[in-house]
Design a protein around this ligand. Structure first.
Ligand SMILES: [Zn+2]
Length: 352
């Protein structure tokens, strides 16, 4: 009996081993940026621990962190994540995703990736974003990926020394750094918001926001791994992904299931496209946060991370599978669900 007990303890320790390591560098106070408080640094570490318990890839994610006054035009922005970007030929991405595949979700994604050096996507080929043209089909041969996602897929070294992302917090907000007793009614969940921003640094980003923000012409706007999952009803029927901008339904296609997505600040539903649709409780990657709200992971967050190239811990795989089994097909939501009937709380964004 003693031996059995020891074995169980040993297995438990083994399953809790962390392969992902997230390291932070406080880049303040240079350039008008103030140094992080000890509570904020501890909050980042706590958010890192949440992710490190869920993802197994042997990756050192390097995140610069800062806090500063975002200014009068951004009083509703709690924080942002700005990722280092890489790009390459689509064949490299497809090859890396095949080499990295380990789950049934991975298999479902691979089945949607066209063979050959090019792919077709649905996109608005316009430069005048005040009046986006009808989406059309366009052939592309390249992709973009951020540092965290590239490390997960083995496309750059897992311990590559360059910073993968900058995460900054708005110093104008009052934050609650202790989740153990809930989040105070007039404060924001620092650890939850940090975990959200780390989610972007891990690869939860869409090129749609770059197009929508006018930061890139559509010709140079390269799809991310997340974008290869992105569908509209029209693109689903055509078997291609969709990075066009309008206020129609968008979702991530994972096998037979879909997870509703936001569609853009300027030309979409008002929230950045690098998020789930708001106010449906889809998870950590929802676009907004409320005062007093404790941010929680769901299986949707984890299933998406699995799909873009991360390897989930056994526990995370189980959570993801449970959530996926409960996701209605996109059409079941109807087109109205992504609307703004519910009041938006403070908007959180991902900056370029
Ligand atoms: Zn975000």
């Amino acid at each position: 009996m003693r031996h059995a007990a020891l074995l169980a303890a040993s297995l438990m320790a083994s399953s809790q081993a962390r392969a992902l390591e997230i390291v932070f560098t406080d880049v303040g106070p240079a350039g008008g940026v103030s140094a992080l408080s000890p509570q904020a640094l501890a909050g980042f570490e706590a958010a890192a621990t949440l992710w490190e318990s869920l993802l197994l890839d042997p990756v050192v994610l390097r995140v610069n962190v800062a806090t500063y006054d975002f200014g009068a035009g951004n009083t509703n922005v709690i924080g942002f994540a700005d990722s280092a970007s890489y790009f390459g030929d689509y064949t490299e991405l497809r090859g890396a995703m095949f080499a990295d595949a380990s789950s049934s979700t991975d298999a479902a994604v691979l089945a949607t990736l066209p063979a050959g050096p090019t792919f077709v996507r649905r996109i608005n080929l316009v430069t005048d974003l005040a009046a986006p043209a009808t989406p059309t089909l366009s052939v592309s041969s390249q992709f973009s990926i951020n540092g965290g996602n590239a490390k997960a897929l083995g496309m750059i070294a897992g311990d590559n020394a360059d910073p993968d992302a900058l995460i900054a917090f708005n110093s104008a907000f009052a934050f609650d750094y202790d989740r153990a007793n809930g989040i105070a009614a007039n404060q924001m969940d620092f650890i939850g918001v940090a975990a959200h921003e780390i989610g972007h640094a891990l690869g939860f980003i869409s090129v749609v926001d770059l197009i929508d923000g006018g930061g890139q012409t559509t010709a140079s706007a390269l799809s991310t791994p997340l974008d290869f999952l992105r569908r509209s009803e029209a693109s689903l029927a055509l078997g291609v992904h969709d990075v066009s901008i309008d206020n129609q339904m968008r979702f991530l296609a994972l096998g037979q299931l879909g997870i509703l997505m936001s569609t853009g600040v300027t030309n979409g539903d008002g929230d950045q496209a690098s998020h789930f649709v708001d106010n449906v409780g889809l998870g950590m990657m929802d676009p907004t946060a409320n005062f007093g709200e404790l941010r929680q992971f769901t299986g949707y967050d984890l299933a998406v991370m699995d799909a873009i190239g991360w390897d989930l811990s056994p526990q995370a795989l189980q959570i993801a599978a449970g959530a996926m089994a409960a996701v209605p097909e996109p059409s079941a939501y109807g087109l109205g669900l992504g609307g703004l009937a519910l009041a938006l709380a403070v908007r959180r964004r991902r900056a370029r």
